[in-house]
Design a protein around this ligand. Sequence first.
Ligand code: XIL
Length: 354
Amino acid sequence: MKPVLVLLVLGLALGACGSTAGSTPTAPGAPQTPVEPDPLRAAAAAAGKRIGAAVQASYLTDPRFSAVFARHFDYVTAEYEMKWDPIERTRGSEDFSGGDAIASYAAAHGMQVKGHALVWHQALPSWVGSLPADDLRTEFERHVRSVASHYRGRVAAWDVVNEAIDDSGAGLRDTLFRQKLGDRYIADAFRIAHDADPQALLFYNDYSGEGLGAKSDAIYELVKGLLTQGVPIDGVGLQMHVRAGAPPTDDAVASNMRRLAALGLRVNISEMDVRVGDIGGATPANLDRQRAVYHSLVALCVAEPACHGVTFWGFTDAHSWIYGAYGADAPLLFDAQYAAKPAFYGVLDALMRR
Ligand code: XIL
């Protein structure tokens, strides 16, 4: 191609790239429309990560909630409606409507779904606790198979077993599942879930095991043992419910992520929120401290190849499971009026590797 033609083509190309076609300059003094913060989901996609939030179906019909949620997140966790109690309050009668609404919203908005949680000792139907062991095994196996089958093809991953390690880290939590079904209930749940939905990634999920310590070691030994038994497990969810005054250290979380990755597992940050009530509430200085905690912990996931995503346990302080036990915990990225807080920018900067 002749040089002059190349210059012409290059000029046109640069003009098009650099053009502000379609945007008219704002006249001085004209009302400024509020500037939408850059979408987290674009920054996360560029970093090769999923960015998610836990929601309840009823929130999705609120236009303000939906607008912010769909703009910033591409990974949704059912905060409540895919647990056993909301599905089967009456034995033998299943209601999937809440989880179905979340899965439908996700499909309509280009999001993936993480199911939560097939087996948890809380949010159980009232009739489960009094079952004799044989009946519990029958119902346990039926429930895991039924829910995993129902969402087959619509859920990218499951928290199969949630919070099964005792807070002391001394071993398994003494739940009715362990008492009546034995320690094998965990492996059984993963095997049934995999059989029902072979495509879904299967996670073990827990809290207070994000860094290093007795509980973290117990989680590590649990999943290592499951892998040794050939149990189909794909990853570990680190819930990351932290207090701004005492977050797990970056080094400890990074080391824990690395040792789980060395087992061949994925990790994700699965339920992140950062309370500021324990440092005196939502003052500007404390909101900046919250921003720094969000930034450093999300940056660890961005830096760890085995960390496939970060999910926040909600995204607006208008809908958090935390009720401000220490005053205004203000734990999430947007305030109750859906304005982005410093925490939001901490997450965005971490995703942008800034
Ligand atoms: C919480 C929900 O946010 C509440 O709405 C519900 O009443 C109880 O469960 N760890 C978990 C989540 O794994 O399932 C819990 O979610 C929060 C702690």
